[in-house]
Ligand binder design. Structure first.
Ligand SMILES: Cc1cc2nc3c(=O)[nH]c(=O)nc-3n(C[C@H](O)[C@H](O)[C@H](O)COP(=O)(O)OP(=O)(O)OC[C@H]3O[C@@H](n4cnc5c(N)ncnc54)[C@H](O)[C@@H]3O)c2cc1C
Length: 699
C-alpha cells in the first residue's frame, strides 16, 4: 500500500470542452493486413474500434457527453480474483468508459499469478471485454524490470498505462537515486515509455488537487505535473478530494500554466468510518471539519455512513458537472459495487438499459489485437472465454489456420486449469446442482432438463450452470426451451442451439446484432451428446433430410461422420446492413469442430466427473457417457422453411430407435441392422451422391 494513494483507485475525468489531447501518431502495431488464407469470405468487421483511449475520452468531451471510469485493486487470493472479474463483468453493464487496475509492488504486480495486476487487467480486457488501464509504479524498480513489465503488458493487449512514481514500502522515506538504472519520478517513467513504445500506450499520470504531500509547494507540484504532460502524458487522474471547489481550483490552475490535456477528478465515496480514516492517513489528506462533524456521531453505523457517502459524492459531482469543466468522473470503487452504482444512478450516468446493441452476435473482447476478428466457430458460443484463451496467440483474425489441421492453432486444453475458466462454484455447490450421487444415465438427463427449465432438481437446488456454459442460458435459447426440455429428458443432451431466423431487424432485442436498419439471418443449429444407439438411428433418419448437414463424432475421433466438405465452413449467422457487404460472423467449421470435440468431451470428466470420488458409481456413469456417447451437430440449411425441422428429425430418430429395439426383440439379428453399423473414420470424404455418408459402412 502506498502512502499517498488509497489502496483502491481514484478516478474520473472532467474536462473542459476546449481541452485537447495531444496529437498521436497512428499505431503501427495495431494495423495488420487480413489473412489471404482465410477459408471464408468475410467482410469489414463491425467489431469494436481500435480507437486509443485518449481519443475516446476526447470524443466524449467534444460531444459534452458525460461518462465515468472505475478503479479496482487486485485481490489477495485466486478466489478473490475470480470474484473481482465477475464483479467487473456486472459493472461493465453500467457502461464505464474504462476500468483501471492498481499496482501494488508488494504483491508481484507484474507476475503471472492470478492476483497480479497484469493478469487482472489482461483478463478484464480479454474475457470481460472492458477497456482497461494498468497502473505501474517505478520506484525501487530497475529499468530491466520496468521494460519486462511494459513488454508483457503490450503482449497481453494492454494499451493504457497510469505511470506513477509510487512510494517506498513501510515508513521509509523516498530517496533520490543517482543510479542510471532506476527511475526517480513518474516523469522518468513517462519519458521511458514514450522513448521505448512511442504511441502504443495512452499514458495517464496522477495529479494532486491539494498538492503532493512531499512537494515543496502546490505551485512546484503543478510545474512537475506539467513536465509529465510535456513528456507525453495524455491525461491526468487526480487524487481523491472532498470538496468540488478544491478540484475546480486545481483545474483552473492547471489550465493557467498551460496544461491542456483532460483532467479527470478522482472521486472516492465514503463507505465506512475506519476505511476512510485509513485512506486519508495513507494519502496524507485532511477530512474537512463539516464532513467530520456529520460522520463522527454515526461512525458505528455502516449503513448510515454509506448513505452519507453516497449523498456527499453525488452533491460534489453535481457541483463539478454544473461548472461546465467536468464531463467525466473516475470512481475509486474500493472493489465494492453498491455505493458506486447508486452514485452513478443518481447522477444519471449508469446505463439502466441492459439490452445494448451488440456489434456481433458473440461477446467481443476489448483487446485491440482482435479488432479484425469478425468470425468465430459456433461451438464456443457458450464458452467464449475458452475460445479467446485458446486463440490468444493468433496474430490475425479471421485466420486460415482453421483450415490447417496439422497446425496447433488452438491453444491446448490446459485452459481447464486457467483460473478464470475454472468452475466458479465449489465442489459442494456443483454436487448440489449436478447431483450428489448418480444412479443411472437418466439422472444426468434430469440435470440437463433442470438447467433448461429452471426448476429445482431433486435435491431442491437450481441448476444455474453446466460445464459447457460460462453463463446462464442465452435468451435466444428460450425460444426453443420447451422443445429442448422435451428432448433432453429423453437423452438428447443439448449443449448449444440457435433457432432459424429469416430476416429479423438488426435491432431485435433477442437475435439482433450489428448496425441499425439491417437484417439478420441464421440457420437452425443443434449440438448435443447422445448414445450410440441414437446416433445410429439418426444417421438412418437423416437420409430423408437433404437440407440438414451433420457431423457426428465420438470422444477419440475414431468414429467421425459428416455429410459436408471437411474443409469448408458453413455460415450459420449472417447479416445485411445498409451500405455494407454481407457479414457472416458465425460458422460451423468441420476442422475446429474436431478441436472443440476434445474440449466438449473433456468437460464431462474434468468438470463433472471430478466432483465424485474415483471409482464411485457416479464417476463411472459420467465416464461411461464420455466413452460411449457421440457429439453431434446438425444444421438445417433451409432457414426459410425451417419449421423446427431439426426437432422433427430428432423425434423421428427416437421413434426409429424404438422401432429397432422392437425389431430386435421380435426379429433375428437386428443388432446388425442398428448398432453394428460401423461408424468408421472417413479421413477426408464428403457426402455420397445419395446424401448417405460414405463413412457409414454396413458390414
Ligand atoms: C490516480 C492515482 C493513482 C495511483 N495509483 C497507485 C498505484 O496503483 N500504486 C501505488 O503504489 N500508488 C499509486 N498512487 C500513489 C502514488 O504512487 C503516490 O502518490 C506517489 O507518492 C507519487 O506518485 P506520482 O506518480 O504522483 O509521483 P511524481 O509525479 O513523480 O511526484 C512525486 C513527488 O516528486 C515531485 N517531483 C515530480 N517530478 C519531479 C522532478 N523532476 N524533480 C523534483 N521533484 C519532482 C512532485 O512534486 C511530488 O512531490 C496513485 C496516486 C494517484 C493520484
Amino acid at each position: 500500500m502506498n502512502q499517498s494513494h488509497p489502496p483502491t483507485g481514484t478516478m474520473s475525468s472532467a474536462v473542459n470542452g476546449s481541452a485537447r489531447p495531444k496529437k498521436r501518431h497512428s499505431d503501427s502495431s495495431s494495423s495488420g493486413s487480413e489473412s489471404s488464407t482465410t477459408p471464408l469470405s468475410v467482410s469489414r468487421s463491425p467489431s469494436p474500434s481500435n480507437t486509443p483511449l485518449i481519443d475516446r475520452i476526447a470524443q466524449r468531451i467534444a460531444c459534452k457527453d458525460k461518462w465515468f471510469s472505475l478503479e479496482f485493486f487486485p485481490p489477495r487470493t485466486a478466489n478473490g480474483a475470480v470474484n473481482l472479474l465477475a464483479r467487473l463483468e456486472r459493472m461493465h453493464v453500467g457502461g464505464p468508459l474504462f476500468c483501471d487496475i492498481t499496482w501494488h509492488p508488494a504483491g508481484n504486480p507484474g507476475g503471472e499469478t492470478e492476483t497480479s495486476s497484469i493478469t487482472i487487467a489482461t483478463s478484464a480486457i480479454n474475457y470481460c471485454g472492458i477497456e482497461t488501464m494498468l497502473h505501474m509504479t517505478c520506484v525501487n524498480q530497475t529499468r530491466i524490470d520496468i521494460t519486462k513489465y511494459l513488454n508483457r503488458a503490450k503482449d497481453c493487449g494492454i494499451r493504457n498505462i497510469l505511470a506513477l512514481r509510487g512510494d517506498v514500502p513501510g515508513d521509509l522515506e523516498w530517496q533520490k537515486s543517482d543510479s542510471e538504472d532506476t527511475f526517480n519520478y513518474a516523469l522518468d517513467l513517462v519519458r521511458y515509455i514514450k522513448k521505448m513504445f512511442g504511441d502504443h500506450f495512452s499514458i495517464c499520470v496522477a495529479g494532486y488537487p491539494g498538492g503532493h504531500p512531499e512537494a515543496e509547494s502546490y505551485e512546484e507540484d503543478l510545474k512537475y505535473l506539467k513536465r509529465k504532460v510535456d513528456a507525453g502524458a495524455d491525461f491526468i487522474i487526480t487524487q481523491l478530494f472532498f470538496k468540488a471547489k478544491e478540484f475546480l481550483q486545481f483545474y483552473k490552475d492547471c489550465r493557467a500554466i498551460g496544461i491542456t490535456v483532460p483532467i479527470i477528478p478522482g472521486v472516492m465515496p465514503i463507505q465506512g468510518y475506519s476505511s476512510l480514516r485509513n485512506l486519508v492517513k495513507l494519502s496524507k489528506l485532511d477530512i474537512p471539519e463539516d464532513i467530520l462533524k456529520v460522520i463522527e456521531p454515526i461512525k458505528d453505523n455502516d449503513a448510515a455512513i454509506r448513505n452519507y457517502g453516497i449523498h456527499q459524492a453525488v452533491t460534489m459531482c453535481k457541483e463539478m458537472f454544473d461548472s461546465g469543466d467536468v464531463h467525466g468522473l473516475h470512481i475509486y470503487t474500493l472493489n465494492r459495487e453498491v455505493a458506486t452504482i447508486e452514485i452513478l444512478k443518481r447522477l444519471g450516468l449508469w446505463n439502466e438499459d441492459p439490452i445494448r446493441p451488440r456489434p456481433l452476435p458473440w461477446k467481443t473482447t476489448a483487446n485491440h489485437m482482435r479488432t479484425k476478428e469478425d468470425v468465430r466457430p459456433i461451438f464456443w458460443a457458450a464458452r467464449p472465454k475458452s475460445y479467446i484463451h485458446r486463440t490468444k496467440d493468433w496474430d490475425d483474425f479471421p485466420n486460415g489456420r482453421w483450415g490447417d489441421s496439422s497446425s496447433p492453432a488452438f491453444g491446448d486444453l490446459k485452459d481447464y486449469h486457467l483460473f478464470y475458466l475454472k468452475s466458479k462454484s465449489s465442489k459442494e455447490e456443483l454436487q448440489q446442482m449436478w447431483g450428489e450421487e448418480l444412479a443411472c444415465e437418466e439422472d444426468v438427463f434430469e440435470v440437463f432438463k433442470c438447467y433448461l427449465d429452471g426448476e429445482p432438481n431433486r435435491y431442491g437446488h437450481k441448476v444455474k450452470r453446466m460445464p459447457w456454459n460460462d453463463d446462464e442460458l442465452a435468451s435466444e435459447t428460450s425460444r426453443l426451451r420447451d422443445r429442448l426440455i422435451s428432448i433432453n429428458k429423453r437423452g438428447i443432451l443439448t449443449i448449444n442451439s440457435q433457432p432459424a431466423v429469416n430476416g429479423a431487424p438488426s435491432t431485435d432485442p433477442v437475435v439482433g446484432w450489428g448496425a441499425p436498419n439491417g437484417y439478420v439471418y441464421q440457420k437452425a443449429y443443434l449440438e448435443f451428446f447422445t448414445s450410440r444407439e441414437n446416433a445410429a438411428a439418426l444417421l438412418d433418419v437423416l437420409r430423408d433430410y437433404p437440407s440438414v448437414t451433420y457431423h457426428v463424432v465420438n470422444h477419440n475421433g475414431k468414429e467421425d461422420i459428416t455429410n459436408t466438405d471437411r474443409q469448408q465452413p458453413i455460415a450459420v449467422t449472417w447479416g445485411a446492413f445498409p451500405g455494407a457487404e454481407i457479414i457472416q460472423p458465425t460458422v460451423v467449421d468441420p476442422i475446429s469442430f474436431m478441436v472443440w470435440k476434445d474440449e466438449a468431451f473433456g468437460l464431462w470428466k474434468h468438470q463433472w466427473g471430478h466432483i465424485y470420488s474415483e471409482g464411485s458409481p457416479s464417476r463411472q456413469i459420467i465416464n461411461h457417457i464420455h466413452d460411449t456417447f457421440y457429439l453431434v451437430n446438425l444444421v438445417n440449411n433451409d432457414y426459410v422453411q425451417d419449421d423446427y425441422r431439426l426437432f422433427e428429425v430428432l423425434e423421428k430418430m427416437l421413434a426409429r430407435k424404438e422401432e429397432r429395439r422392437r425389431e430386435e426383440i421380435e426379429g433375428p439379428d437386428l443388432d446388425e441392422e442398428i448398432c453394428s453399423k460401423k461408424l468408421k473414420i472417413d479421413s477426408q470424404s464428403a457426402a455420397s451422391t445419395e446424401g448417405i455418408p460414405s463413412s457409414v459402412v454396413i458390414p
